[in-house]
Design a protein around this ligand. Structure first.
Ligand SMILES: C[S@@+](CC[C@H](N)C(=O)[O-])C[C@H]1O[C@@H](n2cnc3c(N)ncnc32)[C@H](O)[C@@H]1O
Length: 270
């Protein structure tokens, strides 16, 4: 099972993810995570399941000096976009297509590791956590986030897809959010060789334009892309419009502001 991607995106979905999902939620989450932790001045950094590199870039913006900052992700389309987008600042960025369960790095290479909304997708979570520990220094810090609940927006998305498309697309829409047992997650990280205090719960807002077209693009920036494109544009537009109706109560002027909550695990390598 090692190496399977349960959040596989095509090139166009990866590009929509960077253009729309990163500003809507993953960028603000990276900043909220960094605001919540004590960041050293310099570090050797690994971003596991880095996607398009949002956490690696955000960390780079806050570190001094010239640091090695590495992003690894199983999906080549995500890594392509990460390569195109990192800053030309003082740090040395490296990008690697690699499964979290088997990364091409020397043992003890990193003293600061992040994994933002990745663990829930790894087919072999204990193996991935052991691998993360292997590439870290003793007493290195791991900061890992996993969603704490299904957000109201995705309840509406899932119900609409169930009614108009299929049970499978409805399940795919909420899959990132259903692995929410903090004790289970903490236990897996601890068994991998970390001290794991109880997680913080970090409140966030998913912000996007209150338009059917923004919702449609968001639907396509997911593993449901192929199933939804197969419906054709008219059906897809109607589904996006119905979802927009279902979240009208979150409208703030021209935008939607919809609450989400993530766990933040702040762990130390034993
Ligand atoms: C929701 S995205 C999060 C990406 C990024 N951390 C962010 O905050 O934008 C989940 C990522 O996990 C990656 N992924 C899924 N399974 C993986 C695995 N076994 N090893 C490494 N990455 C994996 C996907 O390719 C995807 O980029």
């Amino acid at each position: 099972m090692s190496g399977e991607n349960q959040f596989g995106l095509s090139s166009s979905a990866a590009s929509d993810y960077e253009a729309k999902s990163v500003p809507a939620i993953f960028g603000p989450m990276a900043e909220a995570m960094l605001d919540a932790i004590d960041l050293p001045d310099t570090a050797t950094v690994l971003d596991v399941a880095c996607g398009t590199g949002v956490v690696a870039r955000a960390v780079g913006n806050r570190l001094a000096g010239s640091c090695r900052i590495v992003g690894a992700d199983l999906n080549p389309a995500m890594i392509d976009i990460a390569r195109q987008n990192h800053s030309t600042g003082p740090h040395n960025f490296e990008w690697s297509v690699a499964p979290a369960e088997r990364m091409p790095f020397e043992s003890g290479s990193f003293d600061l590791v992040f994994c933002q909304q990745g663990l829930q997708f790894f087919p072999d979570k204990p193996a991935a956590v052991h691998e993360i520990r292997r590439v870290m220094t003793d007493r290195g810090r791991l900061f890992l986030t996993c969603w704490a609940a299904i957000p109201p927006f995705f309840e509406v998305v899932s119900a609409t897809l169930k009614q108009h498309v299929s049970v499978e697309t409805a399940a795919t829409a909420i899959r990132p959010f259903i692995w929410t047992d903090a004790e289970l997650i903490g236990g897996i990280i601890e068994a991998g060789g970390f001290d794991v205090p109880p997680p913080q719960i970090v409140p966030l807002m998913r912000r996007l334009p209150a338009t059917a077209s923004a919702i449609r693009t968001g639907l396509l920036a997911t593993p449901n892309e192929a199933a939804l494109r197969a419906l054709g544009n008219d059906v897809l537009d109607r589904i996006a419009a119905e979802i927009l109706d279902g979240v009208e109560n979150y409208r703030e002027g021209d935008s939607l502001a919809m609450p989400q909550q993530t766990y933040l695990f702040s762990c130390t390598a034993r």
